[in-house]
Design a protein around this ligand. Structure first.
Ligand code: B16
Ligand code: MG
Length: 217
């Protein structure tokens, strides 16, 4: 029976993928090649370092470590300029409804994100106080689909992994939740996220009765 919920950040709580895209695209263009929205799909749930490796692969570019690190910093600085302007209006539809429902019932909730910018983003959209635990890119050594990020979240909430429900929008994230023995809920395209235990296009499709049912089975 579910007794805790873990939320991914990007693509679940806010749509920061569009800002990641603009920042990566700017770098690609500077380096003399195109970076498409389709290619950006490969970047979802993937660490910043891995994203740059994929980007340079697309452009057929090899770089020394120092140059690689400078590009990572440059991309992040551009990304942070977008984050700076975020506010609560960027929270995805019905996320506050679900978070509020869980809080009202004293159900612990955690964040389980690959992003090293998770805390400032949650602060910007005023959701930081709602979370009982935050596990982000600064806390993990193994990226999704490794279950580490979600297992640390369960540990912080003091709940057994099999009693945790994970909301995820990335294939690697659903796999990480499954690898952690948690109940996985795919948010987005059900065909892409076919490995999830349950699928919804977004939170407007998730009824409170459904959440109740997870907590009573
Ligand atoms: P940062 P999530 C992930 O967040 C994003 O989906 C992914 O596109 C990004 O590269 C990664 O965070 C790292 O982000 O550069 O801010 O550390 O979906 O796991 O919340
Ligand atoms: Mg995500």
């Amino acid at each position: 029976r579910a007794s805790a919920f873990v939320f991914d950040l990007d693509g679940v709580i806010v749509d920061t993928a569009k800002y990641h895209y603009l920042a990566w695209k700017k770098l690609a263009n500077e380096l003399g090649f195109e970076f498409t929205k389709e290619q950006n799909e490969l970047f979802k749930g993937v660490s910043r370092k891995r994203c740059l490796e994929i980007l340079l692969d697309i452009g057929g570019i090899t770089a020394a470590q120092e140059q690689f690190d400078r590009w990572m910093v440059e991309k992040n600085e551009d990304y942070l300029e977008y984050i700076e302007k975020m506010d609560a209006s960027e929270i995805l539809p019905d996320v506050p409804k679900v978070v509020g429902f869980l809080k009202d019932r004293n159900i612990p909730i955690a964040l389980g994100s690959a992003s090293k910018n998770a805390r400032p983003i949650l602060e910007k959209v005023k959701l930081l106080p709602s979370f009982d635990a935050i596990v982000d890119g600064n806390d993990v050594s193994k990226a999704k689909p490794d279950p580490e990020v979600f297992l640390i979240a369960a540990q912080k909430l003091n709940v057994a992994p099999e009693n945790c429900v994970v909301f995820e929008d990335a294939v690697a994230g659903i796999q990480a939740a499954n690898n952690a023995d948690m109940i996985s809920i795919g948010i987005g395209d059900a065909q892409i996220l076919s490995e999830a235990d349950y699928n919804f296009n977004d939170f407007t499709e998730i009824s409170l009765a459904f959440l109740e049912s997870l907590m009573s089975v």
